[in-house]
Design a protein around this ligand. Structure first.
Ligand code: ZN
Length: 113
């Protein structure tokens, strides 16, 4: 499952960060999940609970902030959050847009002890 490899990478990232800061425990993992990232939040949570056992994240809480798709319109130079997955500018209907957020999953912050 896609989410399992993501969680393993996430926990590795947590362990690296904890080592850098001499922390022995991660208490909170805050992530940002783009709606286009292909990550299913429920599956991610299940995978996290499965894989965290015995790792530095054993008692960590997973927080998932869902990131809507944000596009930049090259015609009217505005940024918009897309309500629907139509890649047109909601303001001027231009199709000359770039996606600037909502495509990836990121680790945002960690709380450690
Ligand atoms: Zn526009």
């Amino acid at each position: 499952m896609h989410e399992y490899s993501i969680v393993q990478a996430l926990i590795n990232q947590c362990e690296d960060n904890a080592n850098i800061h001499n922390a022995t425990k991660v208490t909170k993992v805050v992530t940002k999940i783009g709606v286009l990232s292909g990550v299913e939040p429920h599956l991610l949570e299940v995978a996290f609970d499965t894989f965290k056992e015995g790792t530095i994240c054993d008692s960590a809480e997973l927080v998932m902030n869902i990131q809507q798709v944000v596009i930049y319109c090259k015609d009217c130079k505005s940024e918009s959050i897309l309500e629907e997955l139509v890649m047109a500018c909601p303001k001027c209907k231009s199709l000359h847009t770039n996606i600037i957020d909502g495509e990836d999953m990121y680790l945002m912050t960690l709380e450690m002890e």
